[in-house]
Design a protein. Structure first.
Length: 175
C-alpha cells in the first residue's frame, strides 16, 4: 500500500502547488511508477475485455487483428531491447495528468514509467493475440503486469458498513 499512499500524497502536494502557482515538476519515485502503470494496465485490460465482449472482431478481421498484435509485440520487444522508449512519452503525459502528477521527465522514475508502459503495451498486445486463438486465460509473462492482475481490489468501507458493524457489536454486547 506504500506506493499507493505515496502517490496519493504527492498528488495532493501537486494539487496544492498548482493552486499556489508552483507547477515545478518533481522526481517520480520508481515505486510510484510501478503503481501508476499497474493501475493503468488493469484499467486498460478491462476496457479491452469489455470491447471484445460487446464489439467482437468480425471473422474477416481476425487476420488483421492477429497481424497487428504480432507487430505490436515485436515492436515493443525491439523498443525495450534498444531502449527506444520515448515514443511512449505522450501516453505517459496523459496518464500522469490523469493522476494529477507533474513529473520531471529527466528523472529515473519517469524513465521507469516509460519502460513499464512499453512492457504493459507488449502484454496487452499479447493478451489480445491470445483471444482470437481462444485462449481467454492468458496470463502475462511480465512479473509486474501479472502482479497487477493478481492483486485483489481493495474494498472500501462505507458508512453503512460502519453502522452495521456497530449494531452487530452492540447486539453481541462486545462494545
Amino acid at each position: 500500500m506504500r506506493g499507493h499512499a505515496e502517490q496519493r500524497y504527492w498528488a495532493a502536494v501537486d494539487a496544492a502547488r498548482a493552486k499556489l502557482g508552483e507547477t515545478v515538476p518533481r522526481q517520480l519515485a520508481e515505486v510510484e511508477a510501478v503503481a501508476i502503470v499497474s493501475r493503468w494496465f488493469v484499467h486498460r485490460n478491462e476496457e479491452l475485455d469489455h470491447g471484445h465482449l460487446h464489439q467482437p472482431t468480425q471473422p474477416d478481421g481476425w487476420a488483421d487483428a492477429v497481424a497487428g498484435n504480432k507487430y505490436s509485440v515485436a515492436d515493443a520487444t525491439r523498443q525495450l531491447g534498444m531502449n527506444d522508449i520515448h515514443a511512449f512519452a505522450p501516453l505517459a503525459a496523459r496518464i500522469l495528468a490523469g493522476e494529477g502528477l507533474n513529473a520531471d521527465p529527466n528523472g529515473a522514475g519517469y524513465r521507469t514509467l516509460l519502460q513499464l508502459l512499453v512492457r504493459a503495451n507488449k502484454e496487452l498486445a499479447s493478451i489480445d493475440l491470445a483471444r482470437p486463438k481462444g485462449d481467454f486465460g492468458y496470463r502475462p509473462a511480465d512479473a509486474v503486469m501479472l502482479a497487477a492482475l493478481d492483486t485483489p481490489a481493495t474494498r472500501s468501507h462505507t458508512s453503512a458498513d460502519l453502522i452495521r458493524d456497530y449494531q452487530t457489536a452492540k447486539e453481541q454486547k462486545r462494545w
